[in-house]
Design a protein around this ligand. Structure first.
Ligand SMILES: Nc1nc2c(ncn2[C@@H]2O[C@H](COP(=O)(O)OP(=O)(O)OP(=O)(O)O)[C@@H](O)[C@H]2O)c(=O)[nH]1
Ligand SMILES: [Mg+2]
Length: 430
């Protein structure tokens, strides 16, 4: 499980102040009170988005501030509301406030108001009464919610990169994915795990790059083996070996031994062995090394020679990895056999997240239409003669963030909502 965290300060907009003002009328000494109310402060709203898969950006931009509401003005004019701040977070982000979970953004498009903007204060026009004809009081706008939120993202990488320091793990990640890890010609360049998404024939593979292992890592040598927990549940291990290594077989065995001592379960994951930096060596040399590896690895383990810098053999490795990942995930997705299995944390995988989860809401003459592959499929599978079935669909709509959007667009309890050739209302009268 790859855990990414970030701390951010969320600051919702302060409500605008109400004002004290009186009508100015020629010939009237003092007109009635006409001070308008302050506008509402903007909310800080998190939106689960597939455009991002890390919380890293928040480390550079830890303050999320929505706009304050404007003050009211004369002639009972209400101040403009502050703009909401929409913040894209990766699907699977959990938001903590004072060790309590306040939002769990599990599905694409889902929204959560994390911090509420303050209400605007009343202007003096509100305070007029029979006994108080000329009130000079107005309220201040309320402050917006302000607190430190902890974001947590648990991701299950599909592929874990393992190998000695300097084997070329980060270089591989940088070539196959959008990630930009540090790369350098010395050991322990990578100090913290990095994630990247590789596109393979239209599917995404989430790849985790971790610091290199050395002999004795399980006893704390080098950077130790703690980082292995980030790849504990990856489907496949990509074991990278520098083809310039003097002792290819020895290198292989050392890393295997460290994996074993960390966790036999991890070591039992399907493995793909990859000789790196192959562009500089002649073919004969590479074939010899491949043959050496072929003899020592299990017969089910594919062996490749690649060059990340020369882009050789990369696609082949990714395809082989994808194939293995699919086999593992398929096996994992079978119904759990024991209770313990069933209690595994729900895991977000990028490969699961097809675009089909996204949806759109459009306004129609008689109500609203919701379109989107997944929600339409649910609608088609709903028994509309059964109130409980319809309730369930409503729940799903709520979970997917659709209800929120409908309400935001003005839908009310009895507005008609069309989905996939059916229609329902939002109000649950089951
Ligand atoms: N010639 C050649 N050099 C490579 C290739 N891949 C990586 N390198 C070089 O090998 C060195 C180490 O690369 P990294 O990607 O930082 O290695 P790493 O396995 O991530 O190392 P650590 O983070 O220390 O564990 C760098 O100087 C890279 O430029 C390759 O395909 N060909
Ligand atoms: Mg590295």
């Amino acid at each position: 499980m790859f855990v990414d965290t970030a701390k951010v300060l969320v600051v919702a907009g302060k409500g605008g102040d109400g004002v004290v003002s009186f009508r100015h009328e020629i010939y009237v000494d003092k007109g009635g009170p006409d001070g308008g109310d302050g506008g509402k402060g903007g909310d800080v709203i998190f939106v689960a988005s597939e455009d991002t898969n890390t919380l890293a950006d928040f480390r550079f931009n830890p303050e999320l501030k929505a706009e304050p509401g404007k003050n009211g003005s004369k002639a009972k004019r209400r101040g403009k509301s502050g703009e909401d701040l929409l913040v894209k977070v990766p699907v699977g982000t959990i938001v903590w406030k004072d060790s309590e979970i306040i939002a769990d953004l599990a599905t694409p498009g889902q929204r959560a108001v994390v911090a509420h903007g303050g209400e605007g204060g009343f202007g003096n026009a509100h305070f007029k009464s029979s006994v108080r004809q000329a009130p000079k009081i107005a309220e201040k706008g309320e402050p917006g919610d302000t607190f430190e939120a902890e974001l947590e993202l648990k991701l299950l990488a599909d592929i874990g990169l393992v190998g000695f320091p300097n084997a070329g793990k980060s270089t591989f990640l940088s070539v196959v994915s959008n990630a930009r890890p540090e790369i350098a010609d010395y050991a322990f360049t990578t100090l913290t795990p990095k994630l990247g998404v590789a596109d393979v024939d239209g599917d995404s593979l989430l790849i985790a790059d971790i610091p290199g292992l050395i002999e004795g890592a399980s006893e704390g040598k080098g950077l130790g083996h703690d980082f292995l927990r980030h790849i504990e549940r990856t489907a496949v291990l990509l074991h990278l070996i520098d083809s310039y290594s003097d002792d290819i077989a020895g290198s292989y065995h050392i890393i295997r031994k460290e994996l074993e001592s960390h966790s036999p379960e991890l070591a039992a994951r399907p493995e793909i062995v990859v000789l790196t930096k192959a562009e500089g060596l002649d073919e004969e040399m590479i074939s010899m090394q491949m043959a050496t590896l072929g003899e020592i690895v299990d017969s089910s383990v594919p062996v490749f020679a690649i060059s990340a810098t020369a882009h050789q053999g990369i696609t082949e490795v990714l395809r082989a990895a994808k194939q293995q990942v699919e086999i593992v995930r398929e096996a994992e997705s079978r119904p759990a056999e024991t209770e313990e299995d069933a209690q595994e944390l729900p895991v977000i995988r990028l490969s699961d997240k097809q675009l089909s989860e996204s949806w759109t809401v459009t306004k129609t003459d008689d109500g609203f239409t919701v379109s989107g592959e997944k929600i339409e499929r649910f609608a088609r599978r709903t028994d509309f003669d059964n109130p409980e079935g319809v309730s369930r669909l409503r729940n799903i709509m709520a979970k997917m963030g659709i209800t929120h959007e409908l309400t935001r667009r003005g839908a009310e309890g009895d507005s008609v909502v069309h989905i996939g050739g059916h229609s329902l209302t939002l109000r649950d009268d089951a």
